[in-house]
Design a protein around this ligand. Structure first.
Ligand code: GLN
Length: 304
């Protein structure tokens, strides 16, 4: 498959595509991102890689981090995770509080904010140095020690994170939070602030396409069964109330973030990251979705 030729077609076709939408202004630091950024990077399991545009520029990974924290929690928290977080699509926005009361503080899945805050709580209970260990894990799977938290983004979200503050306190009231709310929020805002490029994200996500093994070292960092389950949750819950639409149009497991990034994987084939900051009303990068739709249409390959 000539992936570079296909990526060139996508770059050219979408050069003048106007996705509409806006950059997220509820985190002021993210509102500063130039809206016209566009890049894509794809890694095959054999290490071949293909790219275009702003693929080497770092951006805020935001909710894409929820996949990393779930993978780390599966390594350390084991089966008890599923007593505290469900695996059903929510059909509601990523920051919704609506379902929690009815479901007794058990979030619908680990990729909505409520679910990721419970995963953060589990990591704080299980790890000695949660923030350091998360960064080490992301650096290990990306084979890149330069990956860092963006302290400005974390501080900006901390100042304006009223919904997340409400979510964690509400779940504490309902008995599904063990640790101090401020510690959980500090960890969560830091995980969302991790800055990575499309290249680094595509490399990191190879573990989910490669039965838990990293690209460069072939080290098994999570079990094949964990990779399978995390992919299933990406497929059904990776795009909140647009998970069906992404599945319908792209046909791959994936995860988005309000920094404008999307990562998708084709198990056994490749992982791919795309970045375009303008978000649609569901909080997903519209041009990023379009680029991935083109990728699976032009290759004729998806998991379906
Ligand atoms: N940090 C963001 C928030 O909690 C992450 C949301 C997202 O990327 N969908 O609102």
């Amino acid at each position: 498959m000539d992936y570079q030729a296909i990526l060139n077609v996508i770059e050219k076709e979408l050069e003048h595509f106007d996705p509409g939408g806006k950059v997220p202004d509820y985190i002021p630091e993210l509102a500063k991102i130039p809206a016209n950024k566009f890049g894509m990077h794809l890694y095959c399991l054999n290490g071949d890689d293909f790219c275009f545009g702003d693929h080497d520029e770092r951006f805020s990974i935001q909710s894409i981090s929820k996949v990393f924290t779930l993978a780390l929690a599966k390594k350390h928290g084991g089966k008890k995770i599923w007593k505290r977080v469900d695996v059903e699509p929510s059909g509601d926005p990523f920051n919704s509080l609506l379902q929690l009361e009815k479901e007794k503080g058990i979030p619908r899945n680990p990729f909505i904010n409520a679910g990721s805050l419970v995963i953060a709580d589990i990591l704080i209970s299980e790890l000695d140095n949660p923030k350091e260990q998360l960064l080490e894990f992301v650096r290990e799977i990306s084979d890149d020690p330069s990956i860092e938290y963006d302290k400005k983004v974390a501080a900006s979200e901390n100042e304006h994170g009223y919904r997340n503050i409400a979510l964690v306190n509400y779940m504490k009231a309902l008995g599904n939070i063990e640790n101090d709310a401020d510690d959980i929020l500090d960890f969560y805002f830091h995980q969302c602030s991790i800055a990575m490029s499309c290249r680094q994200l595509a490399k990191a996500f190879i573990i989910f396409a490669n039965e838990g093994k990293t690209l460069n070292t072939n080290k098994k960092v999570i079990g094949a069964n964990s990779a399978k389950r995390i992919n299933a949750i990406m497929q059904t819950c990776g795009f909140y109330d647009e998970a069906g639409e992404f599945s319908f149009r792209v046909g791959l497991p994936g995860k988005s973030g309000v920094g404008g990034g999307i990562v998708a994987i084709h198990p056994g084939e490749y992982s791919v990251a795309v970045w375009s900051p303008l978000l649609n009303e569901k909080g997903n990068s519209e041009k990023g979705m379009k680029a991935l739709e083109e990728l699976t249409s032009l290759t004729g390959l998806s998991i379906f």
